[in-house]
Design a binder for this molecule. Structure first.
Ligand code: ATP
Ligand code: MG
Length: 197
């Protein structure tokens, strides 16, 4: 392609982009859903939260399922003045095998989530692995959808989990699917601190 042709093409592209940018003028908080079976959902959520923290925003995290160990992100954020970090689950479901206890923990986490969703002093909420609560029937999705719809207009919310309940997908503003193409675990590599947790 000649220099001229390239310049023309780029100018046309810029015009299209500028028009799109001018059109997106609404200012409000959004609901981000991160789903799929590949690695990168929770780390993307916490990476985005890191951006918000960098801009001085107040954030809260609820971990609906507690992993097997202290995560690097929890160690990093737990004493941060802008971040409230709540670990509500008590263990992997397939490790505890106690449905009653799981439901009680889910309810407690939801009560807290509801409170945060009504508090406009929070700019961003991360509900990590919340989607499992609906998959296993520990929580009803309808009250969650209602609370999300009623939340403060500038509040951003990120929900992660491999599967996402349909009613959440219906109200999500940004939805990304993290698809596994390969994972080191399948190659026999042990989970490591700083990568897996
Ligand atoms: P991450 O926290 O690394 O962003 P994730 O939130 O996308 O991962 P989860 O389904 O929450 O993934 O799984 C949590 C843990 O399992 C993480 O330690 C992650 O590295 C690991 N993991 C994620 N996807 C896979 C996979 N496809 N195979 C094996 N392990 C995985
Ligand atoms: Mg995760």
């Amino acid at each position: 392609m000649t220099e001229d042709k390239h310049r023309q093409k780029m100018a046309a592209k810029k015009a299209v982009m500028d028009a799109k940018i001018a059109q997106a003028s609404e200012e409000r908080g959004i609901l981000i859903l991160l789903k799929g079976n590949g690695k990168g959902k929770s780390s993307s959520a916490f990476g985005t939260m890191l951006r918000s923290v960098g801009h001085g925003k107040r954030c809260a995290v609820i971990q609906f399922i507690k992993g097997r160990t202290e995560t690097g992100e929890h160690l990093f954020f737990k004493d941060h003045p802008q971040v409230d970090w709540h670990v509500m689950g008590h263990g992997f479901t397939w490790e505890t095998q106690d449905r009653e206890q799981d439901i009680a923990a889910a309810q407690k986490a939801w009560e807290l989530a509801k409170k945060l969703l009504a508090d406009e002093s929070y700019d961003m909420l991360v509900f990590d692995e919340m989607s499992y609560m609906f998959k296993y029937g520990y929580l009803d999705v309808e009250p969650v959808v209602e609370a999300l719809k009623q939340r403060p207009p500038m509040q951003n919310v990120i929900i992660t989990g491999r599967t996402m309940a349909r009613p959440l997908l219906d109200i999500g503003d940004t939805i990304s699917v993290v698809q596994e193409e390969r994972h080191a675990f399948r190659l026999g590599v042990k989970a490591q601190a700083g990568i897996e947790f």
